[in-house]
Design a protein around this ligand. Sequence first.
Ligand code: IMP
Ligand code: MG
Length: 176
Amino acid sequence: MPFYDDLKVMFSAEQIQARIRELGAQITADYAGQDLVVISVLKGSFLFCSDLIRAIELPLSVDFLGVSSYGGRTETTGVVRITSDLSKPIDGKQVLVVEDIVDTGLTMDFLLRNLATRRPAGIKICSLLEKPSRAVKQVTIDYKGFVIPDAFVVGYGLDYDERYRNVPFIGIMSKK
Ligand code: IMP
Ligand code: MG
């Protein structure tokens, strides 16, 4: 049995890819003719971002922002730390922030305020998942993959205690 046989599938690899094609087409249309910088928020969004940029048919550049939120294994405290900063300035650029999931919204709220001080021309958010039932900070997600109920999900980049990121689908842990 695979190492992830304790997971129940929420979104299959095929469902994820189909949704990414739709998001990519929408982003391609919205940013036509513009110079786009895609920021992958590490670590959770690295798989999503790698598939998403291949669905965006525009010239673009990619950068990475490492963040870590202090807290337990399944909860965030809202205290966010930048563990690895962008490699280049973003002033005057159209920025698309790519996240794995917006849960309480605390991480994204922090990131938006931090990135805004760097004077980009515009900032939009693309998140694969949103858990609106747990929102503490209201964050407008411009491009969202799926809205999910209040469950802890792993796979396709998302982890539980750094495990399960390499699971090809998004699943719920049944026993923990
Ligand atoms: P926030 O609560 O919106 O600040 O989310 C902070 C971070 O917690 C997200 O970027 C994820 O990395 C992580 N996270 C939130 N919910 C889940 C989940 O269900 N599975 C795995 N990681 C999660
Ligand atoms: Mg994350």
